[in-house]
Design a protein around this ligand. Sequence first.
Ligand code: FAD
Length: 114
Amino acid sequence: SFVTECPPTLTEIGRSTWSVLHSISAYYPKNPNKEQQKQALNFLFSLSALYPCSNCRKHLSNYLKKHPPRVESNKAFSIYLCQMHNSINKYLKKPQFDCSQAMKRWKGPWKNCK
Ligand code: FAD
């Protein structure tokens, strides 16, 4: 129950945030209108201002400055976020993810998942 739950660690917040980010891009329209593209950009820039870890915020805002977000389609957005995640994986010495699998990983069909 809620009373025994602990505040999330930075690792848990990171994992949850990636789930939301990659799922948003996987379920994003194939042909988004201008308003949807603006909302996707606003979401990323707001996250870079509000993310609850200062070092992570710095990473994110630097990445957004260096690499303008690609939000013209679900595929472009998914690959963009995959590459962003890979740049943080690299910094944290975690394995690189194959970005050709990014949409499948977050929307399926994926391995033996139901
Ligand atoms: P996560 O990296 O959380 O990944 C979750 C799952 O996503 C993986 O199991 C894998 O199936 C899938 N995945 C992995 N790579 C990709 C990819 N490239 N594309 C699509 N799917 C992928 N932590 C720090 O310690 N320092 C930081 O500076 C830092 N900055 C961060 C900045 C942001 C914007 C975010 C969202 C997180 C940041 N984190 C940071 C947290 C860190 O990225 C991880 O979330 C955390 O360490 C937990 O890692 P994990 O091994 O559980 O997998």
